[in-house]
Design a protein around this ligand. Structure first.
Ligand SMILES: *Cc1c(COP(=O)(O)O)cnc(C)c1O
Length: 375
């Protein structure tokens, strides 16, 4: 199927933002329920375009959780605004609504909850704060494909969200690709213009001055090139057909890990799906556990041939690129603790039962403090 699709596009000679991208947009719109699914170059560009299209810019502040992928916050900076950090809910690793409310200032224009690892953020709590203070909710749902909050796909609970199709994501391309999701016609129109040098589809002309006035009454938006490649769209369309089965398998493997690791002596916390204020549909993008001596466990597992991944070893408020924003170590203790203690175990749809068992035995064999010679 993939070969046929790629040969097909070799025949057309259209390699960027063509009919295959349009087909993918339609398919993702159907899959997520989004009125608009807009194919772009990657998840980070999707975030920047989403923020810019929502009118976020210089002088504005956006509240972002302190424990997430760096692009959740750099995208705010790239849009010209200032990321302000909030602490996380220790059970979900997603933004804590109470900490969010404390981070607000008169300059706050939006909040960007991030749906991390296996479940959506507490969107009832986030929306309550946003509604009270008149803030936009823009979701970093880069990891969120298939996750639903109260029956609504992530990215569509607030004004808009994104998807990343980076190769390691739940739905991965053979390179970089991403998407903006929204039900908002005006926002979608601005993203369409921004991703293609400010050009509106079908207008056949640059909308640098006159044309953009229709979509950007506030002034001229300088567009960029953030279009998706046709070949990535072909890969994604092909893989989308098997996505639900892969998601089911990921959940099955996660359940097997949880059952097998419940009694492992080094484990402080296993993933737990929380239905805060509304039921959620989880998707195990990664399986993250917490241990006291994380670096010790990582070394121990590596010595047993098990590769792990440490997602976000440094909380964002302590990163040099956000120095000078007045954030200090100690400001967000739960984010700092998560950065110190979490590690992701191998999880992908074709992981076998035997491989999972080998990982679990190795975790069981790690006794805090009694295993130092493995380091
Ligand atoms: C992967 C990811 C991104 C960025 O996506 P890219 O496609 O790699 O640019 C942003 N936010 C989160 C939470 C992610 O996991």
């Amino acid at each position: 199927m993939l070969r046929r699709r790629i040969e097909g596009l070799l025949d057309t000679g259209v390699y960027s933002a063509g009919p295959v991208c349009a087909e993918l947009e339609e398919a993702l719109s159907a899959y997520t329920g989004a009125r608009h699914a807009l194919a772009v170059s990657n998840g980070t560009d999707a975030l920047v375009l989403l923020l810019r299209a929502a009118g976020i810019g210089p002088g504005d502040e956006v509240v972002v959780p302190a424990f997430t992928f760096v692009a959740s916050a750099t995208s705010v900076a790239l849009a010209g605004a200032r990321p302000v950090f909030a602490d996380i809910d220790p059970a979900t690793y997603c933004i804590d609504p109470l900490s969010l409310e404390k981070a607000l200032t008169p300059a706050t224009k939006a909040v960007m909850p991030v749906h991390l690892f296996c479940q959506p953020a507490d969107m009832a709590g986030v929306r309550a704060v946003a509604d009270r203070h008149g803030l936009q909710v823009l979701e970093d749902s880069a990891e969120g494909i298939g996750m639903r909050w109260n029956g609504v796909h992530t990215g569509l609970v607030g004004r808009g969200g994104v998807l990343s199709f980076f190769p390691t994501k739940t739905l991965g391309a053979l390179g970089d690709a991403g998407m903006v999701l929204t039900d908002d016609d005006e926002l979608a129109e601005r993203v369409r213009a921004l991703r293609n040098h400010g050009r509106l589809p079908g207008s056949g002309r640059s909308t640098g001055a006159g044309g953009l006035a229709e979509v950007a009454p506030q002034g001229v938006l300088a567009g960029t090139n953030a279009k998706m490649d046709e070949v990535q769209a072909a890969v994604l369309l092909t893989r989308l057909a098997g996505l639900d089965e892969e998601i089911r398998r990921r959940c099955e493997l996660a359940a097997a890990y949880t059952e097998r690791l419940a009694t492992a002596p080094c484990v402080l916390r296993l993933p737990a799906v929380e239905n805060r204020g509304a039921p959620v549909d989880p998707v195990f993008y990664v399986y993250v556990i917490e241990v006291e001596d994380r670096d010790g466990l990582v070394a121990h597992l590596a010595a047993h041939g098990v590769e792990t991944e440490t997602y976000y070893p440094q909380p964002l408020h302590t990163q040099p690129c956000f120095a000078g924003h007045g954030h200090r170590t100690g400001d967000h203790p739960r984010a700092e603790s998560a950065a110190r203690h979490t590690v992701a175990l191998p999880l992908y749809p074709d992981l076998t039962e035997e491989q999972l068992e080998r990982v679990c035995s190795a975790v069981h064999a790690f006794h805090p403090g009694a295993d130092r010679d493995d380091r």
